[in-house]
Design a protein around this ligand. Structure first.
Ligand code: CAA
Length: 379
């Protein structure tokens, strides 16, 4: 492993840090409180190139590597994990999948707008009874010759109402099980497509999470990505990369909470000295910093695997499994270091503690990551 960052990677990290500090920090508590979607901030992320970071410049992307993406995700997640999940879904699940497996027409029509933020994308796999068990899709895409007839419900979809393009996973041929699943590009204004009410969530409250309902939605055949029956493999492939993005999000939440705890421990006095002088606090800070460094190494290892075209299913799952636990543990400890102040909103760490939890759930729960890792080990 060689983690000497290039000048370009360092410049991306600095730009993301600047953006997060100057554009995200000020309103983050209010957006969380009122579940307000960060529309202006997302527009700016598009202008700055954070929405299609790894896409080739030919389609309006930044042509950057996964390491740069991890560095940017960490910086943005340190301040606002709602913004970073919007960014992560658009980059990893939608843009990456379209560039890798879409045809030229699909790329020209959708990708060129998704990279700039003119359009936001969503990825619709989860269903009321198919979250972890992703092969059990009950949404159907019936083959009608020149189009598919889409019927079913999707749940917990990030960018649910802000998106205008949705990659929807649906079953076409149940006899073939996962090999009969397709992925279709669905536009928001297609008749029969309804976005359900917004979920009232514990964390990442600035991002909009909705259910989606499809009733006899006619999706043209040219909107299918890949060959007939490729949808499940598509989902597994994009999720393998997506897990690196969520691992970096978890890393960012952890390092954001740690930085606040460190600063506070040098300001707050108890028993006549700054609390950082007490060993009880020093032990917490040492554990947090050690775990965060380990999580960062796993994230960068997975990103390097992807950039070097090595298999990254295992390293990505390991990064997500570990970094999401570190995010949760660090945020809880950061609240503890802050004492009573940690329990009120103005000090940010209670929000980070709430935001951290989802990193152990979406894009595969921690238990799913262990399944992915152990399958690779036992191959
Ligand atoms: N790349 C390519 N193909 C893959 C793959 C990968 N990484 N992983 C599995 N596959 C293929 C297998 O090779 C197999 O294909 P064949 O039968 O043709 O050989 C096929 O997929 C089925 O694989 P499995 O038998 O391993 O499938 P399974 O039913 O046992 O489940 C699982 C595997 C890992 C548990 C999978 O269901 C899974 O990842 N579940 C979690 C889903 C998930 O992450 N959901 C999150 C929703 S999206 C989200 O959260 C976005 C957001 O809002 C932020």
């Amino acid at each position: 492993m060689d983690f000497q960052f290039t000048e370009e990677q360092l410049a991306v990290q600095a730009a993301a840090r600047d953006f997060a500090q100057s554009e995200l920090w000020a309103g983050v508590i209010e957006r969380d409180e009122h579940q307000k979607f960060p529309a202006e901030q997302v527009k700016k992320m598009g202008e700055l190139g954070f929405l299609g970071m790894m896409v080739s410049p030919e389609y309006g992307g930044g042509g950057m590597d996964t390491v740069s993406y991890v560095l940017a995700m960490e910086e943005i997640s340190k301040v606002d994990a709602s913004c970073s999940v919007i960014m992560s879904v658009n980059n990893s699940l939608v843009c990456w999948g379209l560039e890798k497996y879409g045809n030229e027409e699909q790329k020209q029509k959708y990708l060129t707008k998704l990279t700039t933020g003119e359009m936001i994308g969503a990825f619709a796999l989860s269903e009321p009874e198919a979250g972890s068990d992703a092969t059990s899709q009950s949404t159907t895409a019936e083959d009608k010759g020149d189009h598919y007839l889409l019927n079913g419900t999707k749940n917990w979809i990030t960018n649910g109402s802000s998106a205008s393009v949705y990659l929807v996973i649906a079953q076409t041929n149940p006899e073939l099980k996962h090999r009969g699943i397709n992925v279709l590009i669905v536009e928001k204004d297609m008749p029969g497509f309804v976005v359900g009410p917004k979920e009232n969530k514990l964390g990442i409250r600035g991002s909009d999470t909705h259910s989606l309902m499809f009733t006899d939605v006619k999706v043209p055949k040219e909107n299918r990505i890949g060959e007939d029956g490729f949808g499940f493999k598509f989902a597994m492939q994009v999720l393998a990369g997506g897990r690196i993005g969520i691992a970096a999000q978890a890393l960012g939440i952890a390092s954001g909470a740690f930085e606040l705890a460190l600063k506070y421990s040098k300001e707050r006095k108890a028993f006549g000295v700054e609390i950082a002088k007490h060993q009880a606090i020093q032990f917490k800070l040492a554990d947090m910093a050690t775990n965060i460094d380990a999580a960062r190494l796993l994230c960068l290892q997975a990103a390097q695997d992807k950039d070097a075209h090595r298999d990254y299913a295992k390293s990505g799952a390991m990064a997500k499994l570990f970094a999401s636990k570190v995010a949760m543990d660090t945020a809880v400890e950061a609240v503890q270091v802050h004492g009573g102040y940690g329990f009120v909103k103005e000090f940010h760490v209670e929000r980070m503690m709430r935001d951290a939890k989802i990193t152990q759930i979406y894009e595969g729960t921690s238990e799913i990551q262990k399944i992915v890792i152990s399958r690779e080990l036992l191959k």
